[in-house]
Write a protein that binds this ligand. Sequence first.
Ligand SMILES: Cc1ncc(COP(=O)(O)O)c(C=O)c1O
Length: 410
Amino acid sequence: MTDSDKAAWQEDARRDLLRNAGDRLALIVRGEGAHVWDDEGRRYLDFLAGVAVNSLGHAHPVFVEAVSRQAATLTPISNYFATPPQLALAARLKRLAGTGPSGRVYFGNSGAEANEAAFKLARLHGQATGGGSPRPRILALREAFHGRTMGTLALTGKSSMREPFLPMVPGVEFIDSSVEALEAALDDRVAALFVEPIKGEAGVVPLPDRYLTAARELTARHGALLIIDEIQTGAGRTGEWFAFQHAGITPDAVTVAKGIGGGFPIGALITFGAASELFYPGTHGSTFGGNALGTAVADAVLGEIENAGLVANAARRGIQARDAIAGIGSPLVAGTRGAGLLIGIALSAPVAKELAAAAQERGLIINPANESTIRIAPALTVGDAEIAEFIDLFTAALQDVAAATMKETA
Ligand SMILES: Cc1ncc(COP(=O)(O)O)c(C=O)c1O
């Protein structure tokens, strides 16, 4: 393919796609395992996996078989009916999240939809427990990300993202991610606290130690729901099925999406205990939510994560990758953050964009989560070969950026 062909797809994208995102980085045409290929036949090691989406890697036989089998069996049939895959996935999610028999599941098609449902759950709880005047307040954390729809944007703790779309859905207040801030903000007029256990979009920033334990105690004391957004951290990514399980707590609700579908769009709200009683017929729904195709694929993907021991693999490979990153010994790497295979690489200079571009030139996909953090979130299937390839390519990209920086300062 010539440069003019390359310019052609970029022109098409600039002309035909709404400008809600910047220029696309490449035209990706195919994926297999941990690799993808662009229209020019260039191979990339994909250490972002659709931002924590392709849990089994690309075109995994279990994923392909589940899509094909279910497409040939039954696709959406409306929410007037139940289907076996929907019931199987709900039961599996309840078991993996540890809800016990009183748990329930609502299905949507994305992370934002899962969080929208959680927002409505918070309002229903506020109505049900406000004693005649609904609890009006919802707490969320500064810098946390919960989605781009109007409800989830209102929950998102980045004012620059909210400002173009003011006015927001009312009632949400942002607090710092400290136990002291939570203690100071909580009262009996708070319906819910939303948290992201590791702030992925903000640069893979974990909550402070014991935050979730304290949040559980404090929200329970004030009768507020504790709602945990596991859209990026769920499905085994952090080395537990859900990141909240590292803290050994029981939340009131958890939202999941991304990795549970392994590449098929699906999201879910999982409720625990009394929170499972709040929705009643007519209060929420979605045409495609819980459809037979999406739920069959997610059930197969989660089944494969279980059968192949990929949660333990995420824990082990995460440590291996972080050790290997430290072992590069680059002065540009200041350290790593995160858990399992959700890793933030802190840089000693604000060169994340340049580094991601250099990596792409070398055939490696990584993500500049902010100006001085690289985020990696590879498939949970990665092993020695993929980590070795990552380290080779990342080392080369670091050297490219270091050399360019030296040239600039010379
Ligand atoms: C923590 C978190 N919450 C919510 C979302 C929104 O999910 P979606 O893009 O599927 O709507 C994301 C997506 O990046 C996320 O990382």
